[in-house]
Write a protein that binds this ligand. Structure first.
Ligand code: GDP
Ligand code: ZN
Length: 363
């Protein structure tokens, strides 16, 4: 291989790849600048480009639909000059994190785009609450990102056998999800996590106190944090460097940490709930009735698994609870809006993943 001699695109460390380059080609032909949004705030956004961080106006890309506004993580086409310079368009999103707002209409609000990994931080300092983990996983799956459970503060569980059991417990709750135990204090497991996250863009989810900030600092490294702090000191004038919500990780990959994303609630996550409880959905395929509610129907494969002990009752209860919760939210949400989002994101998510897989295959 001679690929080392090829010049790296300046945005590679921010997640730029061949698939993005292909999508951007028509904008490139127009002379527009490619960049990734590192922060948004009322009508403006900060975009990291090959020319550094530029501030751009989002008036052209701010429709009435709250899910179609530019958000952190978007790849955008920016005018090369002008005062103000405008964001002309953004590339189709591979994935998107949406949360329910507290408004009466229960509309979604877009929090982050093009996220590859959703790390669900779970503290080992307190008793494991699997139901809570499942809720975060539903949200993660729904976004289109790959969930990763990180059991934090592993230094507080010094007995390796006990730690092993805890990891196994969570693994059983999370089919298809890697589960890692890490400690920011001792450094245990951080190298593995860094390696996993080096392949894409990550967000950190989890309860307050789960260790997300500490983990973010550990991933970013001391130097980066010092730099950030130093820049904070020299005043508000240099806004573009003080509060970026998207950072390149020194070990590769990108971290998005936007306010509001961390404790995000469920929003129309039926597909996500299904993925969390994949084994129940698999069982349900074998029920005698297609519309089986798994309550008292004859020939119910879910109830049979419950009786035989292969399916824990807690798991079924949690599944039902999350489905009910989700249905309440969905009932409040405008159906048209939902249909549109599904059509758009699910398709683009699949395309994005296919492109990513193709890229991985080439390495
Ligand atoms: P956040 O609310 O999820 O951002 O959690 P923080 O990162 O603020 O951490 C919450 C508390 O857990 C703090 O007191 C941290 O010092 C502590 N903590 C975080 N990581 C570790 C760890 O690896 N080991 C131990 N023992 N404590 C930790
Ligand atoms: Zn059934």
């Amino acid at each position: 291989m001679t690929s080392f001699s090829l010049p790296l695109h300046p945005l590679t460390s921010y997640g730029w790849d061949d698939a993005w380059a292909d999508e951007f080609a028509p904008y490139d032909a127009e002379g527009l600048l490619a960049g990734r949004v590192i922060r948004v705030d009322r009508g403006q956004c900060d975009v990291v480009t090959a020319d550094g961080v530029v501030r751009a106006d989002t008036a052209f890309v701010t429709p009435n639909d709250p899910l179609r506004v530019v958000c952190t993580g978007d790849w955008v086409a920016v005018e090369p000059a002008g005062n103000p310079r405008y964001v002309r368009s953004y590339l189709p999103r591979r994935t998107a994190f949406v949360r329910s707002t507290s408004s009466k209409r229960s509309e979604g609000q877009i929090l982050a785009a093009n996220v590859d990994y959703a790390v669900v931080a779970v503290s080992l300092a307190v008793e494991l609450e699997l139901g809570r983990v499942e809720r975060f996983l539903a949200l993660a799956w729904e976004s289109g990102a790959q969930p990763v459970v990180v059991l934090t503060k592993a230094d507080l569980v010094p007995d390796p056998a006990t730690l092993g059991y805890l990891v196994e417990d969570v693994e059983q709750t999370a089919p298809g999800v890697p589960v890692l135990a890490v400690s920011a204090s001792s450094g245990e497991g951080l190298d593995v996590l860094e390696a996993v996250l080096s392949g894409g863009t990550t967000v950190l989810l989890g309860q307050s106190g789960a260790g997300k900030s500490t983990l973010a600092n550990a991933l970013l490294g001391e130097d980066v944090m010092e730099v950030q702090a130093a820049r904070d000191v020299d005043g508000k004038g240099r806004h573009t460097t003080t509060t970026r919500n998207l950072l390149a990780l020194p070990g590769g990959g990108v971290l998005i940490d936007t306010p509001g994303l961390r404790g995000v609630g469920l929003w129309d996550a039926e597909t996500g709930v299904g993925q969390v409880f994949a084994e129940i959905e698999e069982l349900a395929k074998h029920c005698r009735f297609q519309d089986c509610a798994h309550v008292a129907e004859p020939g119910c494969a879910v109830l049979a698994a419950l009786d035989s002990g292969t399916l824990p009752e807690r798991r079924l209860d949690s599944y039902r609870k999350l489905l009910r919760e989700n249905q309440r939210i969905v009932a409040k949400t405008d159906a048209r809006l939902r249909a549109e989002i599904r059509k758009d994101w699910k398709r683009k998510g699949a395309e994005g993943r296919a492109a990513m897989e193709a890229k991985r295959g080439r390495r």
